[in-house]
Design a protein around this ligand. Structure first.
Ligand code: PLP
Length: 373
């Protein structure tokens, strides 16, 4: 089929249908072929080529909802660049890059459970996602049947947590845990909640961004039984903050789950102080607290997305003092030894009984702060 002959989709007509806001319909109708994608956007030659060229190493698929946010004509659209394969992905130092830069496999005592910090674990309860982000940290496992979890394997993870009283915080991640239906999620949540030393349950999910219809009243009622449950999501660009996204976030916070956001710093998408300011200010309006800004990991096929760490720190400097303090996330580099904050700080030096600090406007302040005798 000639891509140029593919008829254009009528997005407004589709959005008016009742099934549009059915999260399962969104998943069933994900875009997985160049022909299907060509109905939504005018694919460039290079994108078409990339869809073929990247097939062998990383899968792609896009929900109709997220596709509706893409600019039809602009290949540099920040939504489009996150999810449509690009030829740039083939140009990376694959030989120096590991597929597991955080050494998660070495830190997994049982399948898909990463016990790296003493008091908390990341438990990858699902290997699938709604959409595959091109800069994914877990390219090694997402969408791979080998990492899917059956009940026996989930139970092994839960048994490990139950046998380790030092674990007080369990982060459900993946893949995306919200790909599971409510019954399966509740199966996991109820078993975790039955472990006395598990104080906190968190869910890391990109569904509020990619398929906001997942957060039904039934889901919200269900998680209410297992509090404290915290949810962290993953908005990268102000274009993603739609009315439907806001509704999902509103439902989550009303259900009693504090909502945080983890953004990945991505060249050409959000490495711009104004874009980040707008993103973080608008998240706060939706009662979503910016939590982390991640340095993009050294994952194969992501060179075109990675900024220097100095650039990231300079961007952070442009936020401090300019927007509400709680709208500013911590800029971090994740390493096999944990997350390392990269936020520049105002501390300059000690000078006798004084500490010299620099305010956001550049002014030097000398604080009387004698050393203990
Ligand atoms: C990020 C992460 C956590 C959670 O870290 P916080 O800083 O508490 O959000 C826990 N375990 C692993 C393996 C992680 O990568």
């Amino acid at each position: 089929m000639n891509i140029a002959d593919v008829p254009t989709i009528d997005i407004a007509e589709l959005q008016a249908r009742p099934e549009w806001s059915d999260w399962k319909w969104q998943l069933r109708n994900r875009i997985r072929t160049a022909e299907a994608l060509a109905r939504w956007i005018n694919l460039t030659e290079s994108e078409l080529q990339a869809i073929e060229a990247t097939k062998a190493y990383f899968r792609w698929q896009i929900t109709p909802y997220y596709a509706s946010l893409m600019d039809r004509d602009d290949p540099n659209c920040p939504v489009r660049r996150q999810v449509v394969p690009q030829m740039d992905e083939m140009d990376d130092d694959f030989d120096i890059l590991s597929l597991d830069p955080l050494e998660e496999l070495a830190h997994s005592p049982v399948k898909n459970l990463v016990h790296n910090y003493h008091d908390r674990v990341a438990f990858c309860v699902a290997a699938e996602c709604a959409v595959y982000c091109r800069y994914c940290l877990r390219k090694r496992m997402v969408g791979d049947g080998e990492y899917a979890m059956n009940k026996t394997e989930l139970q092994q993870g839960i048994d490990y947590i139950a046998a380790h009283p030092e674990i007080r915080d369990v982060l459900l991640t993946g893949g995306d845990p919200m790909i599971l239906n409510d019954a399966n999620l509740e199966w996991i949540l109820s078993r975790l909640r039955a472990i006395p030393h598990v104080e906190l349950i968190r869910i890391g999910t990109r569904f509020p961004v990619l398929n906001p219809y997942r957060f039904t009243p039934e889901f919200c009622e269900m998680i209410g039984k297992y509090h404290p449950v915290w949810i962290n999501t993953h908005y990268n660009h102000p274009k993603e903050l739609t009315a439907d996204a806001a509704l999902a976030c509103d439902r989550i916070t009303r259900a009693g789950a504090p909502l945080g956001n983890q953004t990945v710093l991505l060249k050409g998408i959000n490495n711009d102080a104004e874009v980040l300011k707008t993103l973080f200010k608008n998240l706060v309006k939706m009662r979503v607290r910016p939590y982390y800004l991640y340095q993009a990991q050294l994952i194969g096929g992501t060179r075109h997305f990675r900024t220097t760490i100095e650039e990231g720190m300079a961007l952070m400097e442009q936020l401090r003092g300019r927007i509400s303090g709680f709208a500013i996330p911590t800029y971090v580099l994740d390493t096999p030894h944990g997350k390392v904050p990269l936020t520049p700080n105002g501390f300059k030096k000690r000078d006798g009984d004084y500490i010299e600090v620099q305010a956001y406007g550049g002014q030097i302040w000398r604080e009387y702060n004698p050393e203990e005798a």
